[in-house]
Design a protein around this ligand. Structure first.
Ligand SMILES: N[C@@H](CCC(=O)N[C@@H](CS)C(=O)NCC(=O)O)C(=O)O
Length: 235
């Protein structure tokens, strides 16, 4: 049995991380039995979640490497039936979500003071009082540095909005009235595209990216469809 190491549900979402949600959707698409365990991110092999441990004890960290592992070891083809050009487009849309929507969402949640107070700050609640705000502020500073290093964090809010809005419009235009990115059946990229859209639409936070996503009814319906299918208890 595969164990998926997670942060656990937060803010009305199945997990605080879209990458953890992606890994869980991939496991469901692969139709393999799995169990979930909350993990301490500091003890994960690459200092990030998700990671999995498979039945043989092999540990794989990173949602994309988890995908490759499932493909290699279980013979799953998440993109079965897609043409080469569809496979390419699916991969590119997943990267759009990873490189733009994820980081803009991080900036909105971690650097907006209101969102910080009602969101990520609470990750540190289990720590003893003298350490709690010290560690919380340090991790918040680290996120600011990561956003700067990635590049998105160098932009103004208006610039981030413009980039995020364009990405959401591209996804909405491409999705059209299809149930999933490439048609009737979910493909590998749906695991992260769905998770990104679900996190973007999370109503716990104030977010101009969320406002932009709400202007695309097909993205909202896509989120609802994925939630009902993969995380019915959060639908
Ligand atoms: N490339 C990784 C990204 C995973 C990732 O960024 N996870 C974040 C949560 S969304 C994390 O664990 N951050 C903890 C940290 O950076 O300390 C994947 O695809 O799994």
């Amino acid at each position: 049995m595969i164990t998926l190491f997670t942060f656990g549900p937060s803010f009305g979402m199945p997990d605080a991380s879209p990458f953890v949600m992606k890994a869980e959707v991939l496991l469901q698409l692969a139709e393999v039995p799995y169990t979930k365990k909350r993990a301490d991110v500091r003890k994960s092999p690459k200092g990030k979640l998700p990671y999995i441990r498979d039945a043989s004890g092999t540990v794989i960290a990173d949602s994309t490497l988890i995908r490759f592992h499932l493909e290699r070891h279980l013979g799953v083809d998440f993109d079965a039936g897609l043409t080469p050009s569809e496979r390419g487009a699916a991969w590119a849309f997943e990267k759009l979500c990873e490189d733009h929507l994820y980081w803009i969402g991080m900036s909105e949640r971690w650097l907006n003071d209101t969102n910080w107070e009602k969101g990520p700050r609470h990750f540190f609640d289990p720590l003893p009082v003298p350490l709690r705000s010290l560690i919380a502020s340090k991790v918040r500073r680290d996120v600011r540095k990561a956003l700067h290093a990635q590049g998105i964090g160098r932009h103004s809010h208006a610039e981030m909005d413009e980039i995020g809005t364009r990405g959401l419009a591209a996804l909405s235009d491409f999705l059209g009235d299809k149930p999933f990115l490439m048609g009737e059946k979910p493909c590998g990229a749906d695991a992260f595209v769905f998770s990104s859209i679900a996190q973007t639409l999370c109503d716990h936070f104030e977010s101009s990216l969320r406002d932009a996503a709400l202007r695309h009814p097909n993205l909202v319906a896509y989120r609802d469809r994925g939630m009902a299918r993969w995380f019915p208890e959060f639908a």
